[in-house]
Design a binder for this molecule. Sequence first.
Ligand SMILES: [Mg+2]
Length: 340
Amino acid sequence: MDCIKDGIIGQIVGDALGLPVQFEPREFRDIDPVTKMTGNGAFDLPAGSWSDDSSLILATIDGLSKSLKKKGDEENLSLNDIIDYDIIMKNFSLWLNDGKFTPYGFAYDIGGATMDGIKRYDRGTEPILSGGIGERDNGNGSLMRILPIAYFIYYLSKKYHIDEEDKMTAIHNLSSLTHRHRRSQLCCGIYTLIALEFIENHEKESNLGLEELIANGIRKSKEYYSNNEEFKGQLHHFDRVFSLNIQNLPRDEIKSGGYTISSLEASIWCLLNNNSYKDTVLEAVNLGYDTDTTACIVGGLAGIYYGYGDIPNEWIDKLAKLDYIEDLVDKFSHPLIDLL
Ligand SMILES: [Mg+2]
């Protein structure tokens, strides 16, 4: 069994779980922790409603499947020849402007950098140049939707020759649609390399532990980025991640706002301090603040590691437009699995 549904549904459940209490501080959660899928709250929507995070993931998997369909049969392609960033960005624009890939036909919970990037694209900027490059453009808006590229890389490498530079460029380009700052790209790179360890562990039934998988992904990222001039100036922001000691930090030192490095650190911390999908995503939600996105980011990795069967059924069943989600996931996963 592949683990594509595990990760994508893991992300969407995390998003839906955190959405009602989004923006509320950690102190609120300490008094009144989230333990189940609830509704209302932040956007006054029914239980199981998912937000921008999931919409952009769905827009991405749809765009990646269409890219593969369009170009996948040509010979000697690189990953970046195959990925049609324009199709993906058009999907983002359809989400923002027309409410495509949403539960109720309209976009909500729209991040600032994401909105700016899509508007630049709508005005004619090239997709991979649309993301902002300012210091303040380092929100978690690309990290939350990057997981699909890990699947794409994993499966396409079975048929095409994908070298390291091609792989890392694809990750960075996908981030750049809305988040083009080197720090955002680097966060996406680390997360994707960790996700690749998780996917491989699942596919090869290696049964490695969480700590080892995460450490392997982080070590590979460090090796790549330390030898890359364009990213060197950003590396000191990742000292805590590269130290491989995040899990031992006290909860007070784990931030859970919208800054992309905070989300990456919080995800690693939640994964390494819990033993099930349910506990991991609830821990993320109960850190407070950007609850839906933190839970979405960690939910993808937890979904792959613990498997679809460990995601509470009653949470999956509550998801708005579940049939629609499953259909998009199937259309993404079938052609990839066929490459094996
Ligand atoms: Mg959201």
